[in-house]
Design a binder for this molecule. Structure first.
Ligand code: SOE
Length: 366
């Protein structure tokens, strides 16, 4: 019986609690939790069932009884904490965005390569079996030539102008919000599933609400509520993306249609247990399950519940953490999103910000 890995969790908000569940589901120990104060860390340790509270993030990272560090804090703190964890020789899972600048992301990838540590960024939508099925079908040539890659990622949790969040503040969340927070998920998924790479894009940012509350009263907003994007890829396809956090009634609707000359594949994160396959003479819904979506391809079977027993977001997170831990203990896993993928997201985000500012087509180099 292998000794279970010992995980340290930095940040115990919504996403920190998702990580905590995934850590336990993997069979690892949730050894320590840190939060913004020692008192909040104690409360979080009790709430999340951690073995101990850490005085601070830095103390947690320095602990020699921690093998893996999970960074679940506001975006602007990611780079420094990830750099410390790499220097301490830990396996590092850092929430997206990896960093709020491409320069920081470059620095983290180089540091991780030099240190030889395992790194990951939770682009967890890769772990839906129906997404893996679309990827396997496209890889097998069933789509023909992919020529149009389009979709959206729509939420409404910031629909109320009286609402705010640390992501609204560029100094805490980075220069882009709708794209930097959720548009990056869609682009990661598109490139992961199709193998295409965005080479240039045209972006237009917009706001439903021009002002939001701050400690000093209502202030103009420095990050976008929504972004519309056109792009071209290295294999001759074109595409579009709408990402919004003020689309009423849409809770977490990541949706794509990847259209080929032989078939089209549609995935809807709000109905994720099946894949729609469009054909000239017939279209069908491919349900997840034995012989259905997600039942092919390399590596572990991410379809682990019987058909008709829906798998969801937390299951994706559990599969992602289990794969990171497997790789950290010497196994190989197909499609693990690493800091290299986090850097790719920072690269595309930088291009989106530049394109929106200059109102021009902008190259996305490798
Ligand atoms: C908020 O937009 C959020 O929690 C994102 O930060 C996550 O990455 C996304 O998966 C769900 O929505």
């Amino acid at each position: 019986m292998e000794t279970p890995l010992r995980a340290g969790l930095i940040g115990a908000g919504f996403i920190g609690s998702v990580h905590a569940h995934a850590i336990r589901a993997s069979g690892a120990r949730l050894s320590r939790v840190s939060d913004s104060t020692p008192e909040r860390a104690l409360e979080a340790a009790r709430r999340l069932g951690a073995e101990a509270a850490a005085e601070s993030a830095e103390a947690l990272i320095a602990s020699d009884d921690i093998d893996v560090v999970h960074i679940c804090t506001p975006n602007a703190t990611h780079a420094d904490l990830a750099e410390r964890a790499i220097a301490a020789g830990k396996t590092v899972i850092c929430e997206k965005p990896l960093a709020t600048s491409l320069a920081d992301a470059d620095r983290l990838v180089a540091a991780a390569d030099r240190a030889g540590v395992v790194t990951a960024v939770p682009f967890v939508y890769r772990y839906y079996p129906s997404v893996r099925e679309a990827r396997a079908l496209i890889d097998a040539g069933a789509a023909g030539r992919l020529w149009l890659l389009h979709g959206s990622y729509l939420q409404d949790w910031l629909s109320n102008s009286g609402e705010t969040n640390w992501r609204v503040d560029p100094s805490q969340g980075g220069g882009s919000r709708a794209f930097g927070d959720i548009g990056v998920h869609w682009c990661d998924l598109m490139e992961f599933v199709t193998g295409h790479r965005i080479t240039r894009l045209m972006a237009r940012m917009s706001n439903a609400h021009s002002e939001r509350p701050t400690a000093e009263g209502m202030k103009s907003v420095g990050t976008e509520d929504g972004v519309t994007l056109m792009f071209e890829t290295d294999r001759g396809a074109t595409g579009s993306l709408v990402a919004s956090q003020v689309s009423l009634g849409r809770k977490n609707k990541l949706w794509f249609s990847f259209d080929g000359t032989e078939a089209a594949y549609v995935f809807d994160q709000e109905n994720p247990d099946s894949l729609w396959v469009g054909g000239a003479n017939e279209s069908r819904i491919l349900p997840r399950g034995p012989g259905g979506a997600g039942s092919r391809g390399e590596g572990p079977d991410y379809s682990f519940l019987p058909a008709g027993h829906p798998q969801g977001y937390q299951d994706c997170f559990n599969a992602f953490v289990a794969d990171v831990y497997a790789v950290a203990t010497g196994a190989r896993r197909d499609g693990l999103p690493t800091f290299t993928d986090g850097r790719r997201a920072a690269k595309i985000t930088e291009a989106v910000i530049d394109s929106a500012k200059n109102e021009s087509w902008t190259e996305v180099l490798a």
